[in-house]
Write a protein that binds this ligand. Structure first.
Ligand code: NDP
Ligand code: 2IT
Length: 456
């Protein structure tokens, strides 16, 4: 899987273009951030024409500028006694709808461009959920791969020794993302509790079930993406039964997308990591995949070694596998134009972004031109953060909801998001365009709140 980015942007409306030019001039060398802003500005051009008050009140100029950005040193000592230093980030983008909310990513590729693109997307995603959560994102250029539990713990403790100053139940509530799962959230929470002498459950989400975590949060992003596919197919009288599903990644999002797709009668065929992909014509054995990825923290090749019906394709492109449904669930810009063309040539019917911005703009254009049902990440993967907001509700009210009720709430939220994106696209005469619909519906909610709250 290769990472590509594009700086070759087409022209925007007369109102949006100068804003985009200014974003590029003020934030040079931030291609992922430019890409995310361009997509939103492109979609909301027609909204600005109908609602000139958003232009007059400089809503966009304010939105592209984070409310606050924190960059900090994270020193720690590895198992060999060697000093290590990483760079930590928390970008607090918008609190107009609620406390900043969004994950922490630990991956060597993390830089300010990646954190800002994720934080910017998060504003609209969180707005789409209908809940009271603002947008933020953070992380570090730390690579947990190959590190011992003790090293990960020391890193998390050092990271929290700075982050704790900036978060709080009513201020900013981080969660997981790439490289940050239950283990890391546990170490981060423990350090917050020690530094502050407060067992303040609502400062992080994705906690363990026994100590403030919510049922279904672990499963929520992957499950939610599949529920969104179900909604899109339902509009056309279709369903998941018997469909071939290609999934990339083998982390939190991928595993539970595979699980839900399988439960709903589809056959999930693939999983991947940065070394290549596996294809299993019998359908992925989730128990085995979880054992390798969640318990052993091993590489995907292990799956093929232990399963006769599976084959490992080293360095291969998972999108060459013929599939009816594709759910890219690894990382940004993992699915390019050529991959989209391959999927279309093989008859793909629907694509839902489990990851954030996994499809390049050129790939999205290929899908849309071919009439493929295409769900952008800010709609399709919003189930994760939506269930984080359910965790916050339970923490605040000291309640614990059961799995079935929580899953039903997630299903309802995904149906509501689908409805909001679908009808926003209809209102703006771009029926079936879920990219425009999601951006418009999310933006309208944020912009209306910004108008109501004054020039802040
Ligand atoms: P995990 O760390 O659990 O898994 C990430 C997976 O993607 C791994 O298989 C990893 O392989 C692969 N991957 C990551 N970076 C790269 C890369 N640069 N090149 C190739 N493969 C890569 O992360 P999540 O499953 O939590 O997150 C996956 C995506 O979903 C991200 O885009 C994230 O922002 C998004 N997301 C996550 C949510 C959540 O609740 N966790 C919510 C909404 C979106 P390897 O181990 O080889 O690196
Ligand atoms: O990208 C995302 O929405 C996440 N990583 C989840 C954020 C959250 O606060 O649950």
């Amino acid at each position: 899987m290769t990472e590509t980015t594009t700086e070759d942007f087409h022209l925007l409306s007369a109102t949006a273009q100068p804003i985009f030019d200014s974003v590029r001039a003020l934030n040079p060398n931030e291609p992922e951030f430019h890409q995310a802003v361009h997509e939103v500005l492109h979609s909301i051009g027609p909204v600005l024409e109908r609602r000139p008050e958003f232009v007059e009140h400089a809503v966009l100029e304010r939105l592209v500028e984070p409310e606050r950005q924190v960059i900090f040193r994270v020193p720690w000592i590895d198992d060999n006694g060697k000093h290590q230093v990483n760079r930590g980030y928390r970008v607090q983008y918008s609190s107009v709808l609620g406390p900043y909310k969004g994950g922490l990513r630990f991956h060597p590729s993390v830089n300010i461009s990646i954190i800002k693109f994720l934080g910017f997307e998060q504003i609209f995603k969180n707005a789409l959920t209908g809940q009271g959560i603002g947008g933020g994102k953070g992380g570090a250029n730390f690579d947990p791969h190959g590190r011992s539990d003790a090293e990960v713990m020391r890193f998390c403790q050092s990271f929290m020794s700075e982050l704790h100053r900036h978060i709080g139940e009513h201020t900013d509530v981080p969660a997981g993302d790439i490289g940050v799962g239950g283990r890391e959230i546990g170490y981060l929470f423990g350090m917050y509790r020690k530094i502050t002498n407060r067992h303040e459950s609502g400062i992080l989400t994705g906690k363990g079930i026994g100590w403030g975590g919510a049922q279904v949060r672990t499963e929520a992003t992957g499950y939610g993406a599949v529920f969104f596919v179900q909604e899109m197919l339902d509009v056309h009288g279709e369903n998941l039964e018997g469909k071939r599903v290609a999934v990339s990644g083998s982390g939190n999002v991928a595993l539970y997308a595979i699980e839900k797709a399988t439960q709903l009668g589809a056959k999930a065929l693939t999983a991947s990591d940065s070394s290549g992909y596996v294809i299993d014509e019998s359908g992925i054995d989730l128990g085995l995949l979880r054992q390798i990825k969640e318990v052993e923290r091993g590489r995907i090749v292990e799956y093929a070694k232990r399963r006769a019906s599976a084959r490992f394709v080293e360095g291969g492109n998972v999108w060459e596998v013929p599939a009816d449904i594709a759910i890219p669930s690894a990382t940004q810009n993992e699915l390019d134009e050529a991959s989209a063309q391959a999927l279309v040539a093989n008859g793909v019917r629907a694509v839902a972004e489990g990851a954030n911005m996994p499809c390049t703009p050129e790939a999205v254009a290929v899908f849309q031109a071919a009439g493929v049902l295409f769900a952008p990440g800010k709609a399709a993967n919003a189930g994760g953060v939506a269930t984080s907001a359910l965790e916050m509700s339970q923490n605040a009210s000291r309640q614990r909801w059961n799995f079935a009720d929580s899953e039903q709430k997630l299903r309802d939220i995904m149906a509501d998001i689908h409805h909001a994106a679908f009808y926003a696209a209809e209102r703006y005469d771009v029926p079936g365009d879920y990219v425009a619909g999601a951006n418009i519906a999310g933006f309208e909610r944020v912009a209306n709140a910004m108008l109501a709250q004054g020039v802040i």
